[in-house]
Design a protein around this ligand. Structure first.
Ligand SMILES: *Cc1c(COP(=O)(O)O)cnc(C)c1O
Length: 415
C-alpha cells in the first residue's frame, strides 16, 4: 500500500443535507426546488430513467454491454445502471476499478484504457479480479505481460484477455477519439498476431467517437475490423464495438436505437465469423438523459445570465464544445409568463472563458433568484466538476421525473 494519502479535491457528490441517506421517496425536481430553494447547484439524478435506458440498450444489443464508467461514476448512477441489468464495467483507471468493485462484488470489470500505469495493471489483476486489458502498442503489450508474470502476480493457469484498440478513419462523431488512441490497420494486424499466443481471450476494439449520429459508422468500422481479423490469420474471440451511441440534445435528434442495432446486426452477419462475440461500451447513451442540474440566477445583464454553475462545474460541454442543453425555468416568485427568448450564461468563476453561449431558450422575464433546470447532463456533466475558485458545493438528489428530452428507441413503458 502507498503511504501517500491521495488528495480528493472533487469526490462523489453528497446528498442534499436535508435528505436522509435512506430516504426512498423520489419527489420531482419541482418539489425539490420548492422545498430546498437551493443556492448551490443541485444535481437531480433520475435512477428510473437510467435503469430503463440501460435495460433497453441491453435488450436491443446482441452481446455483452459494458458501461463506460468515466461518463458518470456517481454511485447512485452506477446502481441505476446495475439495476437496469448491466453487469460489465469498462474502467480506465485504478480508482474506477476500486469504485466498481466496492459497489458490486460480482461485477465483471474490464480495464479498457490503452495506456496504463504498471501499478494499476498489477492491482487490478491481483486485488480486483480484472482479467481483460486493452492496448494499442507493442510497448503496452510488453508492459502488461511483464507486470502479470512477476513472482507476486503470476497466475500460471490464467492468461489475460487482450484487446487491440483500432484507430478509425474520421467518422461523423462530435468527439473523435482516434487521434489519441488506436493502432493503424497494419499495426493492429501485427498486434493481434503477437497477442494471440499470450491471450486467453483475444479481442479487437474500436470507438467511433462520442455522440456519433451515423449508424453507418459502426457498419464501416465492423467491416474494417473483419478485414483486419482475416488478414491477421489468427482467431479473434471478441469484437468490441465501443461506445459513441448518441443522446438527444436540443439541436441533435439521433436516429432511433433500432437503426444503430440494425446496422450492427447486418454488419455482424456480413462478417461470417460465427464464433465471434460482440461487446459494446456505451457511456453517454445509458446515462445522458438521466440527470439534470438546477442552477440559480445570481444576476441578469441583458440576455446574459450569471448562474452558479459553469464550465468548471457540470457544464464543460456547453463551453468550448458549445453543446446546447434543454432548459426550463423554475420561478422564485409567481409572475406573468413571458415568451421565450435566447439567453447565454456566465459561470461563477472569475475566468472569462467560463461562458456558455447556447443559446438557451427561457422566458424573457427571467430574473435574479429564479432557478433553471438544465437537462441531459447525465453524461460528462457531474464528473467533469472541478473545485476551481471554490465553487465546489453542489449536492445530489434522486428524483422520479422523466428525461428532459427523450432519445428515440429508449422510451419508457407507459405507466
Ligand atoms: C469514453 C469511452 C467510452 C464511452 O463513450 P460514449 O461516447 O460515452 O459512449 C467507451 N469506451 C472507451 C474506451 C471510452 O474511452
Amino acid at each position: 500500500m502507498s503511504l501517500i494519502e491521495n488528495r480528493a479535491a472533487v469526490g462523489p457528490l453528497h446528498r442534499h443535507i436535508s435528505l436522509r441517506a435512506e430516504e426512498k421517496i423520489l419527489p420531482s425536481v419541482n418539489e425539490m426546488v420548492k422545498t430546498l430553494r437551493p443556492e448551490e447547484p443541485l444535481h437531480c439524478v433520475r435512477p428510473g430513467v437510467i435503469s430503463n435506458t440501460a435495460h433497453a440498450f441491453s435488450t436491443a444489443f446482441n452481446g455483452d454491454v459494458l458501461y463506460a464508467v468515466k461518463c458518470n461514476p456517481e454511485p447512485a448512477v452506477l446502481r441505476a445502471v446495475w439495476d437496469g441489468g448491466v453487469r460489465h464495467f469498462d474502467c480506465a483507471s485504478i480508482s474506477e476499478v476500486q469504485l466498481v468493485r466496492r459497489l458490486f462484488p460480482g461485477a465483471e470489470i474490464h480495464f479498457m484504457h490503452p495506456v496504463k500505469a504498471r501499478s494499476a495493471i498489477r492491482e487490478a489483476w491481483m486485488l480486483h479480479g480484472v482479467r481483460d486489458f486493452v492496448l494499442d502498442a507493442e510497448s503496452e503489450l510488453a508492459k502488461i505481460m511483464q507486470e502479470l508474470s512477476k513472482p507476486e502476480t503470476a497466475k500460471p493457469d490464467t492468461k489475460p484477455g487482450l484487446f487491440i484498440r483500432l484507430a478509425l478513419p474520421e467518422t461523423g462523431a462530435a468527439i473523435n477519439l482516434s487521434k489519441k488512441f488506436g493502432a493503424e490497420p497494419e499495426a493492429a494486424i501485427a498486434l493481434l498476431r503477437a497477442a494471440r499466443p499470450l491471450a486467453g481471450k483475444l479481442g479487437l476494439a474500436f470507438h467511433v467517437g462520442s455522440q456519433c449520429m451515423d449508424p453507418l459508422a459502426w457498419r464501416d468500422a465492423m467491416q474494417l475490423s473483419g478485414e483486419i481479423i482475416r488478414a491477421s490469420g489468427v482467431r479473434v474471440d471478441v469484437l468490441d464495438i465501443g461506445g459513441g451511441f448518441p443522446v438527444a440534445y436540443p439541436d441533435m435528434d439521433p436516429p432511433p436505437l433500432g437503426a444503430f442495432m440494425a446496422e450492427i446486426d447486418a454488419a455482424y452477419d456480413a462478417l461470417q465469423m460465427p464464433g465471434l462475440k460482440l461487446w459494446a461500451e456505451p457511456g453517454r447513451a445509458l446515462v445522458g438523459g438521466g440527470a439534470s442540474v438546477v442552477v440559480q440566477v445570481q444576476m441578469r445583464r441583458g440576455h446574459m445570465l450569471y448562474i452558479n454553475d459553469g464550465v468548471y462545474g457540470a457544464l464543460a460541454d456547453a463551453g468550448a464544445l458549445r453543446f446546447r442543453f434543454p432548459t426550463r425555468l423554475l420561478r422564485a416568485r409567481a409572475t406573468q409568463g413571458a415568451p421565450d427568448a435566447p439567453f447565454g450564461f456566465f459561470g461563477p468563476s472569475c475566468d472569462s472563458l467560463d461562458v456558455m453561449h447556447g443559446p438557451f431558450l427561457l422566458p424573457d422575464d427571467v430574473a435574479e433568484g429564479d432557478w433553471i433546470e438544465i437537462g441531459q447532463l447525465g453524461a460528462y456533466g457531474t464528473c467533469l466538476r472541478t473545485a476551481f475558485n471554490g465553487f465546489d458545493r453542489a449536492a445530489l438528489v434522486e428524483v422520479s421525473d422523466r428525461a428532459m428530452l427523450e432519445t428515440a428507441g429508449y422510451e419508457l413503458p407507459e405507466s
